[in-house]
Ligand binder design. Structure first.
Ligand code: GLN
Length: 199
């Protein structure tokens, strides 16, 4: 029997239940054998096959990750290159190696060779939806941006997968995927499926 894929979700803030539902549906669609659950204790980080960071407020999330010991446990697995990660919106911010302007507010995981700018499209009322082209996807994808960051620049082995208005909003580096929009809010499971295909 194929091993069960165990996907942990950081449950600090944001659309956690929507992400869990999307990931479970995506697993079902791909016929993958897997489970998806909120991580409660840092020791679980050593046992999971993949991790998902929902959106929220990157300052708050990173503080809680740091205090709970999650940050160090995740960092260790990133260094060993054994933990596939998908980070959306605030999750994308935390995966960065560098931030433009607001460096001291967020403890970064430095998982991807990218510099991120928080709230780059403006505040809440500047939130928007837009059909974007994602590398490898046949049809456009309706992306929801909520106080979204942009990826200002990338270097090394970080690959750009999508842009909006010529600004980078989705990248992949090895087994780590980061996007500045919310794929859990539309019912289109292609981004979650893309991540499952990376496992
Ligand atoms: N603006 C938030 C931040 O920078 C991200 C917003 C979101 O995750 N929807 O932390």
């Amino acid at each position: 029997m194929v091993k069960k894929i165990s996907i942990g979700v950081i449950g600090v803030q944001g659309a956690v239940s929507e992400h869990i539902a999307s990931m479970k549906n995506a697993l079902r669609e791909t016929k993958a054998n897997g489970e998806v659950f909120v991580i409660k204790h840092k020791d679980e980080i050593n046992e999971i096959d993949a991790i998902l960071f929902p959106g929220g407020e990157s300052t708050t999330i990173s503080k809680i990750l740091y205090k709970s010991g999650f940050h160090d446990a995740i960092s260790k697995r990133i260094k060993e290159n054994t933990l596939p990660i998908m980070g959306t919106c605030a999750g994308c911010v935390i995966l960065a190696s560098d931030l433009k302007d607001t460096k001291k507010d967020v403890t970064l995981l430095s998982a991807i060779n990218m510099q991120v700018q928080r709230n780059a499209f403006g505040r809440q009322r500047e939130s928007f939806e837009k059909y974007i082209d994602i590398k490898g996807f046949t049809d456009p994808y309706n992306a929801v941006f909520i106080r979204a960051p942009v990826i200002n620049k990338v270097w090394g082995n970080c690959k750009v997968l999508a842009k909006v208005n010529n600004r980078i909003i989705m990248v992949k580096q090895g087994n780590i995927l980061a996007l500045s929009f919310h794929p859990e809010l539309t019912g289109d499971l292609r981004v979650h499926r893309y991540f499952i295909d990376m496992l």
